[in-house]
Design a protein around this ligand. Structure first.
Ligand code: GDP
Ligand code: IMO
Ligand code: MG
Length: 423
């Protein structure tokens, strides 16, 4: 078997970009399978810091081919901007970047619909990144969407105008009108479409089948996190794609029996950006410290991320849904200095103690039940081997591994590629 998956087990921003970059040297193809520019994947290496939104995180390696799969939604404006931002790295995109013809396009009016929908929800808003993700996936499943492959067809202009007209009518049905200048947005959009046509488009499922046949190693890169999954996340405060392992099958055309390892990434604590329930969220100094030391600001929107202790109820659920075979723990360095480390092991609900994620995760009904472990004071960021870890940090890892019944194979102690320790 030649396909491994890497995905986030919490509410996103676990450090997927960093680890995909670290693992890329062992793979021939890195393939993004879902989501769109709502993602922000940060990579740091050799003094560079770079955030990717649509482009897979293997792009900085000389050999690997990076594929944007059919399950991804692409905003040509953001994509071309991303390409321009990569200019200093002199990447040969002809050789190293492929786009599935079946990936769906985000139109300017999808972004407007996202904004109008959020405005209409008022306090109940999802906290969307406003990149047009929800409306684009709605058009995909509603069978109205436009795919990247369509931009080469003679009737592309007509398709674009028809869908845009439909969206404009929909926009009128919202009570709170939003301000916009579609003409201006269209100028940039149509220029970006022109630029997008120059990239290599493929029937990516065939490409991947062929690659598997000749034994190429493929790593599927997830975006967002399992708790934002459209089916298994904290609905309706989720994104609109399948962020869990099954999404790699539909988002790339890879058969389930071809998947070998599923790498599940989690932070040593928990963060969430946007609205929605978060049982272990902290509103005190501890939460503030995690946010400050962990530099917890969204890589896409710059919003501050909400912070809290690790939640084993949620992590166990994610591990099961995804069939995780190996865990990777990120940002342990951020917890240095806490006297005690808390771990949520069950939820206190009106029905008593519960150790599984309820149907409706609601902050009002759930009180996290914590176990306490001893903290450590040492700075972990310069450590290069497991044996250097302070005893209490090693105990924390052992404790989590036992509770989660899955080996923790990588521990990350800083944002840089080099700050990665294998076990
Ligand atoms: P992604 O969306 O899962 O790729 O994660 P993001 O890039 O949105 O957020 C992760 C943030 O944590 C980025 O700023 C990374 O540079 C940073 N990061 C990753 N791993 C570590 C780590 O082990 N320690 C610290 N302190 N920062 C990390
Ligand atoms: P990466 O790949 C963290 C959140 C948004 C919002 C909800 C829906 O960097 O981990 P959407 O724009 O999809 O309609 O927003 O999902 N969200 C993310 N949170 N990391 C992400 O991606 C996210 N992508 C979307 O904040 O709560
Ligand atoms: Mg991110």
């Amino acid at each position: 078997m030649t396909v491994d998956l890497l995905l986030g087990l919490q509410w996103g921003d676990e450090g997927k970009g960093k680890i995909v970059d670290v693992l890329t040297s062992s793979y021939d193809i890195i393939a993004r399978f879902q989501g769109g520019p709502n993602a922000g994947h940060t990579l740091e290496f050799e003094g560079n810091k770079h955030v990717l939104h649509t482009i897979p995180s293997g792009i900085f390696h000389s050999k690997a081919v990076n594929l944007i799969g059919n399950g991804v939604v692409i905003d040509p404006v953001i994509f071309i901007q991303e390409i321009e931002n990569l200019a200093p790295y002199r990447i040969n995109f002809d050789k190293k970047l492929l786009i599935s013809k079946k990936a769906h396009l985000i139109l300017p009016t999808h972004r407007l619909l996202d904004a109008a929908s959020e405005a209409a929800k008022g306090k109940a808003k999802i906290g969307s990144t406003l990149k047009g993700i929800g409306p684009t996936y709605m058009d995909k499943t509603g069978r109205n969407g436009i795919r990247v492959g369509d931009i080469f067809a003679a009737n592309w202009g007509k398709k674009y105008r028809n869908l845009t007209q439909k969206h404009l009518k929909m926009l009128k049905s919202f009570e709170n009108s939003i301000e916009f200048n579609l003409d201006e947005m269209e100028v940039v959009f149509l220029e970006s479409i022109k630029a997008l046509r120059k990239f290599k488009m493929v029937d990516s499922e065939h490409y991947l089948h062929q690659a598997q046949k000749v034994g190429k190693k493929i790593l599927a890169e997830g975006a967002q996190g399992s708790l934002l999954d459209i089916d298994f996340g904290t609905y309706p405060f989720v994104t609109s794609s399948t962020t869990t392992a099954a999404g790699a099958c539909t988002g790339l055309g890879i058969a389930p029996n071809k998947i070998k390892d599923v790498f599940g990434i989690f932070k040593a604590y928990t963060t969430r950006v946007g609205s929605g329930p978060f049982p272990t969220e902290l509103f005190d100094e501890d939460g503030e410290t995690m946010g400050r030391v962990g530099n917890e600001f969204g890589a896409t929107t710059g919003r501050s991320r909400r912070c809290g202790w690790i939640d084993l109820v949620a992590l166990k659920y994610s591990i099961k849904i995804n069939g995780v075979t190996q865990l990777m723990m990120m940002k342990g360095d951020v917890l240095s200095g806490f006297d005690k480390i808390k771990v949520c092991t069950s939820y206190e609900t009106s029905q008593g103690l519960q150790d599984y994620l309820p149907y409706d995760v609601s902050d009002e009904d759930i009180k996290p039940h914590y176990e306490e472990l001893e903290g450590w004071k040492e700075d972990l960021t310069q450590m290069t081997e497991f044996s250097q870890f302070p005893q209490n940090f090693a105990n924390y890892i052992d404790y989590l591994e036992k509770e989660l019944e899955t080996p923790i194979k990588i521990v990350s102690v800083g944002p840089d590629r080099a700050q990665t320790i294998y076990r």
